[in-house]
Design a protein around this ligand. Sequence first.
Ligand code: SAM
Length: 281
Amino acid sequence: MVETATLFIVPTPIGNLDDMSSRAIETLKSVSWIAAEDTRHTQRLLQHFSINTRALSLHEHNESKRTAMLCQRLKDGESIALVSDAGTPLISDPGFVLVRRCREEGINIVALPGPCAFVTALSASGLATDKFIFEGFLPPKTGARKQVLLPLKEREYTTVFYEAPRRILGTVSDICDTLGEGRHIVIAKELTKTFETYVDGTATEVMAWLAEDPVRQKGEFVLMISGVKGEEKAVPAEAMDLLITLKAALPLKKAAAIVAEHYSLKKNTLYQAGLEHTESS
Ligand code: SAM
């Protein structure tokens, strides 16, 4: 039986080689070619798993050109596997142009499930996962970054970003400026590696943790920002302290409005918290 030539999308480990699935290894062994983001990088993985399949490069600068050639090979009956440097191809990685073209041309596509940094981070974050948005990398410059962050002021569901080590501190600082120091965030660092770490707290607390030791800013990061609904459930302690102080001197409505503005919280949430505090004291 002649098997249909297929484009396989093959996720690879994001740090721990033991996360390479046996199906991924078998698929990479079985295909005619491996299209890799960086062939030298992938070669190390192939050697580790004794995979002898030929690799060719497919990265953001040659993807359009390579796509025509790879589609032709697929039509000629050769199966091809697509890998990136780490994790799932197409997730902040090359492959979209190729997959779109294969879909348009009716070429068979099979995606293997496997490692992906944002799914791994989100599942352990403790943040709401019923509805979330993954936004990939933030812009490198603070002005553009703040523009992307601004809509999160009102967003009710979790937002997930990838962030580079040289920018993580600046980005968390921008979160404090745009979304308030009390916004609940989680950073997941060096997932599946020896120094895997989750830091969970208000934006100020996470920023203080990062600033305390420059070594903490090294490595790979997933940054997750809680939705505002999540924030409503618990008024951060420092916001509550300010509310109690202000409501001794101001009408509760006014005090709630000031604290809401300062911590990017909902006025009504603070008003309710103020009422509850008055009743219980
Ligand atoms: N395709 C990959 C995936 O499925 O996760 C993502 C590729 S993207 C170019 C690389 C970014 O993913 C890193 O800058 C970092 O933000 C995140 N990342 C990758 N590996 C990670 C890890 N082990 N721990 C935390 N973040 C990671």
